[in-house]
Design a protein around this ligand. Structure first.
Ligand code: G3H
Ligand code: ZN
Length: 278
């Protein structure tokens, strides 16, 4: 199965009113587990690597190329996406490495600057056939900032999409990044209003903090791409900790990372069911 494009995966999901899970890769085991979970449910998936994850590895290339290889070997459509990139050189590198989708995040800039820098990235990415997600209305939560009150304005969102030519839009509707509890209160009326106003697929960031039932409801209200990172790392870390506690003499990383990877694959498959919106 070739590496899939977001145009195909998210375009078809939006038309069908389904959601697609976009899960973050930090280690190779993440990519393997996420692809295995998608294969188990015979569903498409988006594997995304953030600018922060690339910084952790010192470069995008090693983890990016490994993730592209996992995607190429999968039996279901797998998109490889660059997440939360603020550095345009990193966007260009992702395109060179074979990523089929990128998020250029200029949401911390003022509106006009966000429009002009995003439009430039869209022009370059589209020349290479790559899909672009952008963000309007900064989604808080990173570095301890909790901003669940921020909301994207539907009219401004429609104007932003028309002015930049982006293919997908991340919107602020009550979620917040990096929550380890699942009690965020989503603004479902705002989601419906945004879905009415904007024709491209809408993206929910910080979905770890959203309860299963609310994720399904948000997809039915009009969200398409559901980004989850922290919750899966909670799953991975708990499984590793359990294995290490139960096997104090273990030294082979394949044993404890393998236990973590298996738990991650199970939770991925379960979440795909929740996100499908059915
Ligand atoms: O871009 C990635 C996400 O928005 C993940 O957020 O760690 O809160 O699930 P999360
Ligand atoms: Zn995010």
């Amino acid at each position: 199965m070739p590496l899939a494009s977001s145009a195909d995966v998210l375009g078809a999901a939006k038309t069908a009113g389904r959601g697609i899970g976009a899960f973050n890769v930090i280690q190779l085991e993440h990519a393997e587990a996420l692809a295995a979970g998608a294969e188990r449910t015979a569903s498409p998936i988006i594997l995304q690597i953030s600018e922060n994850a690339a910084k952790y590895h010192g470069a995008l290339d090693p983890i990016g190329l490994a993730t592209v290889a996992v995607a190429r070997a999968a039996s279901v459509p797998v998109v490889v996406h660059l997440d939360h990139a603020t550095d345009e050189a990193l966007v260009d590198r992702a395109i060179e490495l074979g990523f089929t989708s990128v998020m250029f995040d200029a949401s911390a800039l003022d509106y006009d600057e966000n429009v002009s820098r995003t439009a430039d990235v869209v022009r370059r990415a589209h020349t290479a056939g790559v899909w672009v997600e952008a963000e309007l209305g900064e989604i808080g939560g990173k570095d301890g900032v909790h901003a669940p009150g921020v909301r994207t304005d539907p009219a401004e969102a429609a104007e932003f999409v028309a002015a930049t030519g982006v293919d997908a839009l991340a919107v602020a509707v009550g979620s917040s990044h990096a929550m380890t509890t699942r009690d965020a209160a989503l603004d479902f009326d705002r989601i419906s209003a945004l879905a009415q106003a904007v024709s491209v697929p809408l993206v929910l960031h910080g979905s770890s903090g959203v309860a299963d039932a609310d994720i399904t409801r948000a997809v039915r209200a009009g969200l398409t791409k559901i980004n989850i990172a922290t919750h899966l790392n909670v799953t991975l870390t708990a499984a590793l900790r359990r294995y290490l506690d139960e096997n104090p003499s273990v030294v082979d990383p394949r044993k404890y990372l393998g236990a973590g990877r298996a738990a991650l694959a199970d939770e991925t498959a379960r979440l795909i069911g929740v996100i499908s919106g059915r």
